[in-house]
Design a protein around this ligand. Structure first.
Ligand SMILES: NC(=O)c1ccc[n+]([C@@H]2O[C@H](COP(=O)([O-])OP(=O)(O)OC[C@H]3O[C@@H](n4cnc5c(N)ncnc54)[C@H](OP(=O)(O)O)[C@@H]3O)[C@@H](O)[C@H]2O)c1
Length: 262
């Protein structure tokens, strides 16, 4: 979601204030939330944290991308979430539409990760069945850490060979696309215990159906998009599940919600 290239708070999140409306109403520095997010992050065995943004009328896009809905605080929160994660997962559609480059967290987040004994940046994991990706795509060419590419059994063999030069290419599951459960097993096998999923809507829908969304962090922008933008989930009719409210943050007219998905 949002602008993946942006590092709005290069020195960390200390200077960014946000209103926590619930629980414990207070004005807090974003950086204060990070230790809590780390402690509360669901284990890979339970699924991922999904981070998405929506307009008030339920659109996941403004002018075809989510970035127009975002704000500097929302961007900083995204950097914070990335900094806590071991792996950041995104579908190839979002990668293409939003123009992902190499996944880097801000300088302040690198410093925090070092203090935790973590690598400087999380691993970017891209889901693609068709593998119409190129070794010189910015997300590969500019990657600070070798990315993962997760695919299915019908992936073209020549693309697998070419991409294996610059990424770890993994067939996860035995279907045409990567299976969400097999993807999480692969992360666990690699010692990646904190998973952040940045969508897009078709990926999130599959992960939700497979019970792999443990938490949803949804920013609700103070804007109406109109038009025919898709929702944050787009897929087959799924099984509805309840969600328990964990936190509400406010920045101006934007609300940032955290829910545990049942
Ligand atoms: N509001 C938000 O928070 C938010 C977040 C993210 C994206 N978006 C918006 O959503 C739109 C893109 O939507 P989308 O649904 O097309 O994006 P998407 O879910 O990121 O991408 C779909 C693509 O991901 C790959 N894919 C999906 N499931 C797969 C699986 N199980 N195994 C392997 N590959 C898989 C396929 O790529 P291949 O075609 O390469 O096989 C598929 O075409 C953009 O406009 C973007 O701006 C909004």
């Amino acid at each position: 979601m949002n602008d993946p290239q942006s590092h709005p708070e290069p020195s960390g999140h200390r200077a960014m204030l946000v209103d926590r409306l619930w629980p414990d109403p207070a004005t807090v520095e974003l950086g204060e939330l990070r230790e809590h997010y780390l402690a509360a992050w669901p284990d890979v065995a339970d699924g991922a944290v999904a981070m998405m943004i929506s307009s008030l009328d339920g659109s996941a896009q403004l002018d075809g991308v989510s970035g127009g809905l975002s704000s500097p605080v929302d961007q900083a929160l995204m950097d914070l979430n990335r900094s806590v994660a071991d792996v950041v997962v995104v579908g190839a559609g979002t990668l293409r539409e939003e123009g992902y480059g190499g996944l880097r967290v801000s300088a302040g987040s690198v410093a925090w990760r070092r203090r935790q004994g973590l690598s400087d940046h999380p691993v970017l994991a891209v889901l693609s069945a068709r593998l119409e990706l190129r070794a010189d795509d910015p997300f590969l060419a500019e990657a600070p850490v070798r990315p993962l590419i997760l695919t299915g059994t019908e992936a073209p063999a020549d693309a697998v060979r070419e991409l294996a030069e610059v990424a770890e290419v993994v067939v996860a599951g035995d279907g045409p696309g990567a299976d969400p459960v097999a993807v999480h097993q692969e992360f666990a096998r690699r010692g990646m215990t904190r998973v952040l999923c940045e969508g897009g809507p078709s990926v999130l829908s599959q992960w939700f159906d497979a019970g792999r969304v443990a938490e949803l962090h949804l920013s609700v922008a103070g804007a109406l998009a109109g038009g025919a933008g898709q929702r944050i989930m787009h897929g087959r009719a799924g099984t509805a599940r309840p969600a328990e409210l964990l936190q509400v943050l406010r920045d101006g007219s934007m609300l940032m919600l955290r829910h545990r998905v049942g």
